[in-house]
Design a protein around this ligand. Sequence first.
Ligand code: IPM
Ligand code: MG
Length: 363
Amino acid sequence: MKSSRNRSYRIVAIPGEGIGPEVVQAALIMLQKVAALEGFTLQIDYGLLGAPALAQSGSYFPPATAQLCDGADGIVFGAVSQGGLLELRKHFDLFCNLRPIRMVDSLVAKSSLRPEKVRGLDLLIVRELVSGIYFGSSGRATDEQGDYGYHTMRYGDREIQRIARSALQQAQQRRGLLTVAHKENALPHLPWTRLVQAEATDFPGVVVEPMLVDNLAMQMVINPLRFDVILAGNLFGDILSDIGGGLVGSIGLLGSASLNADGFGLYEAIHGTAPDIAGRGIANPLGTLGACVLMLQQWGEEQAAQRIVSAQARVLAQGYRTADLSPQANEILVNTQTLVDLLLAELTTEQYSELGVLHESRK
Ligand code: IPM
Ligand code: MG
């Protein structure tokens, strides 16, 4: 990561497809505003990935995109429907995927669970992102029984050890409980429990709790508040993090950071391209915005991050909801642009309240 002392950052925006361009645009407007308020500068370059890249240059992940990202301070990514994303993650060795699942107070009624099951929920999924079944040998072939396909869940011990250390570090900074998703009753050659426990000796105070991933999925919907950090391989982490969307009321709310060993990262929402609502201007930008908050925190721009988080909390507390949150009678349906306008207004309001000029944040 580049030094933040000059407080000038270059990001590569990769809008992608579907609702990707809409939510990235919304998040960038917010970033520019918060930069102006907090006194740092942002340079934004635009890169191609996925179908638009294929159409223009014949490749899902063109070399030009990789070059553009080289030396940047972060990648803000929208969504793609087919190729490109896995290659991008692999190219920059973005092995550490952080997916915070937090319940916003004013949205507890939106959860698929009863309010008392989710109020105050704050868990973190640490997902390994550049190995496992997504990257193991795969193919289609034919034998005497006919055609078949295969994907191989392969993990090097060292790949498990390095993501284990990231997760242990996170747990140490949080409440000290690390739940490890595994499936050792059926997949004994992937000994996540033993490998994580060995690394944990360097992290005193962290309790390592191995849990079979099927049981873990059930525990997440029975008693999500019991969790702190959940460590999972690539495929299990993908599945478990969508459960998080159900817990907090909409997958459209969740953002993630994908980091390499140098702290360089790609920041994206957990949701996909949502082709059913693409181009209509109604997508929820809060997932991508949440990812940008993680980027600001990674840069050490804690105040800017906090500013966005509290602006968002206030706008949601006032009852404004994008369509994915199914607004009820006492709530106000807004589109992407209106939500951004409300958030922008709250960003500035907060500046006053910090100065003690305005104590009441609601207008
Ligand atoms: C995610 C997505 C991706 C994944 C898809 C688009 C390949 O579901 O980031 O959760 O499985 O990693
Ligand atoms: Mg997913």
